[in-house]
Design a protein around this ligand. Structure first.
Ligand code: PRX
Length: 632
């Protein structure tokens, strides 16, 4: 049987060959890739799909457990290889190396803890934890026994956590007494306590001792370190169908309710590993570091699953780039001889603002490949990254993808296909991106701008929105029937390289975080003195985009700091990441005759425009535009 290495493009000709093969006979192609993994039973059919339902099934009737592929395979071939290299928040604490064998043991132990809490295949487990190895253990322990993990980023508020727990009716919650974030200690347990007042599906909560503070344990709550004492380290992996749910991960949308994107076992396994190896060109002795948090899809696919499926050494970093100072990332690169460094453009822009000596005082010669993800990267940041971090010798992979796509969709392959500043460049093998014009027709010529759509299914496409298939259909499959609609605009250059131009819906990418404006408006409108609000994004030098809220108040009492009250309310309802930079009190909002807010105009005002608003004659209240400009 062939190995996956046989399908990794090593030069441009191989990329072209594999790409053509993946298009001319996708089922055959993906079947060959899937055969390189370990399955209990082979699939009977590679793909069944219907864009109208919409329904996508890959490797039908195939049986597997993803953790056997992430762990057991490597325990047999290379047990002592480091799977997770953990760098704690405090640089004076030692890093930890966890081998594949040890990770396997810890996962089996914790899987047995979950079983002891009556967790069975299909049950949902919410994970609200800091970036520590136990988070990876928790994720894989769920997968081991077929429980569905729903990781909630530990920066979300109690209200946001509760909404996610309730939406998927999680039975168990895994958390910690607190988390370290730079010089701050975050009291996670209090947030959990508040969230749980409102979640009756949770029957047990297991708390990891991370900061060691005195906390109150409630009924049905227990300590992680106590639980693991009582169970064995032997746990047979549950047999899963390829299409069984592996995890739910929430992402923002154009309405207040987050979307629980559902990923399934077989297709996600094949695609996350295949893209990891192709894009990053990882070789066995490399040390790969993705700086994302496992609370986001980047962490799921390219800290946990993609690297571990591929037998890689994956670095987990608990801290922040600014602690103890802005050289932390570069200290870590030197310390662990990182070969692959994958981060967000926001981090690059923030680090570029600090003295270059902070970079230069570290030996970065181990670096071979750089990557970016989550938002468009501007040319200046790209050049800074290339010159100062990559020393003009490391390819930069600009990877475009989404929570919904499960894995990288557009990117160069490091050192194999050409990179180009600000361009995500070419499709991944097996992916058919197209640009649509305003009439919903494919734009065939290169060098044009349009709306991005994907033409054919790929193995890790999200299968549904948990509990709301209708919404899944409406959001992703109605704009262009027969295509997946990701919600991004894009253009191509004369060689067919893709450049993402930004969102075309009411989602704003702030510091690489996908934020819906609707949930933020819902939070603002909870304030008793707010009549109505509209939130828009505007370009920001470091964060890519920032948010500005336009708010109509019931009473304009100058003694009350409304901006602060609104920001606090947003922190409490969603989390600090969703706080607008500017809150502007306005006498009214520009509305169409049907009552819809004309966000286009607000976006222009937020970007500093004072007079060129185009045709505003269709507005019900055109005079308001000038008033808003004057009050800003
Ligand atoms: O707008 C695109 C932007 O991030 C969105 C997806 O956000 P999320 O689901 O949170 O996943 C982020 C990490 C994969 C996309 O619709 N985006 C992501 N990567 C890029 C990007 N925009 C431009 N260039 C990228 N490389």
């Amino acid at each position: 049987m062939k190995k996956i290495e046989n399908y990794i493009a090593k030069n441009i000709n191989e990329y072209n060959d594999l790409y053509n093969k993946s298009l001319s006979n996708p089922e055959n192609f993906w079947s060959e890739i899937a055969s390189t993994f370990s399955w209990r039973n082979k699939w009977t059919k590679t793909l069944e799909y219907d864009f109208n339902k919409p329904e996508f099934k890959w490797f039908l009737n195939g049986k597997l457990n993803i953790t056997e592929n992430c762990l057991d395979r490597h325990v047999q071939s290379n047990p002592n290889k480091t799977a997770i290299l953990f760098e704690p928040n405090d640089p004076n604490q030692s890093a930890q190396k966890i081998s594949y064998k040890e990770l396997h043991r810890r996962v089996c132990v914790f899987a047995n803890v979950l079983k002891s809490k009556s967790i069975k295949k299909g049950d949902r487990v919410c994970i609200y934890m800091p970036m520590v190895p136990e988070l990876t253990v928790a994720v894989l322990a769920c997968a081991r026994i077929g429980a569905v993990h729903s990781v909630v980023f530990a920066g979300f508020s109690a209200t946001a956590l509760a909404a996610r727990i309730k939406d998927s009716k999680c039975k168990v919650l895994l958390t910690a007494d607190g988390s370290f974030r730079g010089s701050k200690v975050i009291d996670l347990k209090s947030i959990v306590d508040e969230a749980l007042l409102d979640c009756n599906s949770i029957t047990s909560t297991i708390v990891l001792k991370r900061i060691g503070s005195m906390i109150k344990m409630n009924i049905n709550e227990s300590w992680w370190h106590e639980e693991i004492k009582n169970v064995s380290d032997y746990c047979i992996a549950e047999e899963m169908d390829s299409e069984d749910m592996l995890f739910i991960l929430y992402t923002s949308g154009s309405t207040g309710k987050p979307k629980g994107m559902v990923h399934s076992c077989g297709g996600y396994m094949v695609y996350s590993s295949y893209t990891f190896l192709n894009v990053f060109q990882y070789s066995p002795n490399d040390i790969y570091w993705c700086t994302a948090d496992i609370g986001w899809i980047t962490g799921h696919s390219y800290i946990v699953y993609g690297p571990l499926l591929s037998g890689a050494t994956s670095v987990m970093f608990e801290g922040v780039p600014s602690y103890p100072d802005f050289s932390r990332f570069w200290n870590i690169v030197e310390k662990h001889k990182i070969t692959h460094f994958y981060t967000a453009p926001t981090a690059i822009r923030a680090l570029a603002k600090h003295p270059i000596s902070l970079v230069e005082s570290n030996d970065l010669s181990s670096l071979k490949v750089l990557g970016t993800v989550g938002e468009p990267i501007n040319e200046e940041a790209w050049n800074w990254y290339d010159k100062n971090v990559g020393k003009s010798k490391c390819p930069i992979v600009d990877t475009w993808w989404q929570t919904e796509t499960g894995g990288i969709m557009l990117s160069s392959l490091a050192g194999v296909t050409k990179d180009k500043p600000t361009y995500a460049t070419k499709p991944m093998i097996g992916i058919q991106p197209v640009l649509m014009d305003k009439d919903g027709k494919e734009i065939i010529e290169y060098g044009k701008e349009g709306i991005l759509a994907i033409k054919y299914p790929w193995p890790s496409i999200a299968r549904t929105i948990y509990g709301n298939h209708e919404r899944y259909k409406n959001v992703y499959f109605t704009a262009y029937p027969g295509y997946y609609f990701p919600g991004d605009g894009a253009l191509t250059d004369s060689e067919g390289n893709f450049r993402i131009t930004g969102r075309v819906d009411d989602v704003v990418i702030v510091s690489g975080h996908n934020l819906g404006t609707a949930p933020i408006e819902d939070a603002i409108n909870l304030h008793k003195n707010v009549v109505e609000s509209a939130v828009v994004g505007y370009p920001h030098e470091i964060k890519g985009n920032a948010l500005r809220a336009f708010v109509i108040l019931l009473n304009n009492d100058s003694n009350v700091d409304m901006a602060k009250e609104i920001k606090d309310l947003i922190s409490k309802t969603i989390g600090p990441i969703a706080k607008p930079d500017i809150i502007q009190v306005v006498p009214g909002l520009p509305k169409t005759r049907s009552g819809k807010i004309m966000r286009r105009i607000l976006r222009k005002i937020a970007s500093g425009e004072k007079e060129n608003f185009g045709d505003i004659s269709t507005l019900l209240n055109p005079e308001i535009v000038d008033k808003i400009v004057k009050s800003s």
